[in-house]
Write a protein that binds this ligand. Structure first.
Ligand code: GTQ
Ligand code: FE2
Length: 314
């Protein structure tokens, strides 16, 4: 058989017929010198999204929608889902007397509450009120449901490592057989609950200028989830971060204040509730025009464990 191959054309035809490719013959190289710009810097404005969530609230009830969430799709050409390579962010809203029934999935999730009181999330039988500024974790395979027993619409942001699970394949998902967990107990504090009051207190006590990322930065958890790191970062009015670059993929959520982020040559003005996608290796910096707090959501813990975390900070 090999004796029949006497030209390059025959050689290429021979390995191509076996679903093989010559390393020297690839159309796209398999290795390149520095991270590619596969995802785009992007921003979502909460002021634009909120009325759309309200419209969804009128048109879609929680019986039809398991979750009334709007995911933020990175505008990179051909992309259908991720916000950055490994993470997806979404806005979610729930109205008084609505319930989002219990389910569990292998993707890890967390929520940052934006507005509304009287809404609770139940995570593995522990019921916790969700209040503005709180960050609440829903780890891999934990049952979770949400219920609004108050009188205000509740708005929050979700962050999940679903795109990472898509890449690695270990996806499992199931709805609770009884729709809701039977045994539920109320808690003010629990594992995976980072209250805004505690965050504020920790930021007030944190040292200034310990990182080029912000005036002050504290980590929630250590890390919060095996795949996701969380940092609350404070920039005082008029201050600017360093010029930052990292292999970690990041999503920033605006907890407080106003400012500007420059990412890969794009500049985004932001305010309360906005989201900024900072894909891997894109140079970025923040500037605050008012006292500001950003939540940085990243895949840094995973890159760190694997020896792939590089950059000019941390
Ligand atoms: O609230 O359980 O935005 O499972 C995406 C998937 C929220 C949730 C999302 C989810 C949830
Ligand atoms: Fe979920």
């Amino acid at each position: 058989m090999s004796a029949d191959i006497s030209s390059l054309d025959e050689l290429y035809a021979a390995f191509s017929s076996l679903s093989m490719e010559g390393g020297w013959h690839r159309v796209q190289p398999a290795l390149w010198p520095v991270p590619r710009e596969n995802f785009e810097p992007a921003q979502w404005s909460y002021a634009q999204v909120r009325p759309i969530l309200d419209a969804a609230g009128r048109l879609i009830d929680t019986e039809q929608a398991e979750r009334r969430n709007l995911t933020m799709t990175n505008p990179a050409e051909g992309n259908l889902y991720p916000t950055v390579r490994t993470l997806v962010a979404a806005y979610q809203m729930i109205k008084p007397d609505e319930r989002a029934y219990a389910h569990r999935h292998t993707p890890n999730a967390l929520r940052l509450i934006l507005e509304g009181r009287g809404t609770y999330t139940v995570v593995d039988g522990i019921r916790v009120e969700m209040r503005p500024g709180d960050v609440l974790l829903t780890p891999n395979w934990a049952w979770h449901s949400h219920e609004n027993v108050g009188s205000e619409d509740c708005y929050w942001m979700d962050f999940l490592d679903v795109p990472l699970v898509h890449l690695l394949e270990p996806m499992f998902f199931e709805r609770h057989p009884d729709r809701l967990e039977a045994e539920v107990s109320d808690r003010e504090q629990a594992d995976g609950v980072y209250r805004w009051e505690e965050t504020r207190r920790r930021l007030a006590e944190a040292p200034s200028n310990a990182t080029p990322e912000a005036d002050k930065s504290i980590e929630l958890g250590g890390p919060a989830l095996p795949t996701i790191g969380l940092h609350m970062q404070e920039l005082k009015a008029g201050s600017r971060s360093g010029d930052l670059q990292t292999t970690a993929n990041s999503i920033f959520a605006v907890v407080k204040g106003r400012g500007t982020t420059t990412v890969g040559g794009r500049t985004f003005d932001w305010g309360f509730g906005d989201t900024i996608a900072v894909p891997a290796w894109r140079p970025y910096s923040h500037m605050a025009s008012e006292d500001a707090v950003l939540l940085r959501v990243t895949d840094a813990p995973m890159l760190q464990k694997l020896g792939w975390l590089r950059g000019n900070f941390e």
